[in-house]
Design a protein around this ligand. Structure first.
Ligand code: C2E
Ligand code: MG
Ligand code: MG
Ligand code: MG
Length: 291
């Protein structure tokens, strides 16, 4: 009868919720373990300065190793970490490690910038800001070399307060970027309210650039507004020569994506970007197709 059926539905809903809970707790334990056993590592993905034709920046991307040594991507564990206090510990680890790495790269003569993803929680934490002050103290070489990327996933609660914190971090020599611009519902609001230096155009607008007139219009509009506001622009998910050519044609400042280079344990070597030289020819081709 009807009653039995609704009972069954209730049972099924609560048991699947229980399954979710167990999964979340499983992941929490895994993250906890990875932090304690130092099974965390940073990969670096190059970001190409289009005008100067050099790799000027690298983004630090977190990887976790499980018991069997498999590499786990942040998409699988960052959202769970964000629901708990673990995200703060992860962000602390990443900032410390990325800065250690940057000092190492500098001692090898590499003059680069490092982009670090941080959650809104971190930025709201007095302890976190305090540690940033410590890090830059007496380390002139780090000044202007570190960029924090902010996404909307852990929504900024108080935009005014966040803007103030960003400004005080900028006085310490840190730079800021809005990540995944255009994907979240508050992107334009953040662009207007937060004193960031860079805007990273979300990869979903970029990866089909060569075949989608609509995406081209979105990317063009975002770039015009962002540059009009004095920000540098970055296109993520640049996956082929045609997209890079269009991005260059639009006057976007930086390109990042598998076509430039994949995230890896090491920085690119000289000569690893020779495939980017032919961009100008590709521009002519694509422009011819579009018109
Ligand atoms: P994100 O910051 O937008 O980073 C870009 C993601 O896209 C990276 O995935 C990168 O490997 C991937 N990607 C780069 N180029 C291409 C491309 O051409 N095509 C495609 N399809 N994908 C590309 P990853 O490393 O799995 O990171 C996923 C997200 O996790 C990041 O997105 C970032 O929001 C977050 N994340 C990564 N590391 C950290 C971290 O240390 N702390 C925090 N809080 N979040 C992190
Ligand atoms: Mg990022
Ligand atoms: Mg991004
Ligand atoms: Mg993204």
């Amino acid at each position: 009868n009807n009653n039995g059926r609704s009972n069954w539905q209730m049972y099924s809903a609560s048991s699947s919720k229980k399954g979710e809970l167990v999964k979340t707790m499983d992941w929490q334990a895994k993250i906890r373990n990875a932090l304690d056993l130092q099974r965390l590592t940073l990969y670096y993905q190059p970001i190409y300065d289009i005008k100067n034709k050099t790799i000027s920046h690298y983004e630090a991307l977190l990887r976790m190793l499980d018991e069997e040594g498999n590499i786990i991507s942040p998409g699988q564990f960052i959202p769970i970490a964000e629901q708990t206090g673990l995200i703060m510990e992860l962000d602390q680890y990443v900032v410390q490690q990325a800065i250690r790495d940057l000092l190492g790269f500098q001692s090898q003569g590499q003059d680069i910038h490092i982009a670090i993803n941080i959650s809104a929680n971190a930025l709201a934490s007095a302890e976190f800001i305090q540690s940033l002050t410590q890090i830059t103290l007496n380390r002139e070489s780090l000044h202007g070399k570190i960029i924090f990327e902010l996404t909307e996933t852990a929504a900024v609660e108080d935009v005014r307060a966040t803007a103030d914190i960003i400004n005080s971090c900028k006085r310490m020599g840190y730079h800021f970027s809005i990540d995944d611009f255009g994907k979240g519902y508050a992107s334009w609001f953040y662009l207007r309210e937060l004193p960031v230096d860079y805007v990273k155009i979300d990869g979903s607008f970029v990866h089909n650039l060569a075949s989608s007139k609509e995406d081209y219009l979105f990317v063009q509009a975002i770039n015009n507004v962002a540059q009009g506001l004095g920000k540098k622009t970055v296109a993520e998910f640049v996956e082929d020569a045609e997209s890079l050519a269009l991005i260059e044609e639009l006057g976007i400042d930086y390109a990042q994506g598998y076509y430039i280079g994949k995230p890896a344990e090491q920085l690119l070597k000289d000569g690893d970007i020779s495939h980017l030289d032919g961009t100008t020819d590709a521009t002519n081709n694509v422009t011819a197709i579009q018109k």
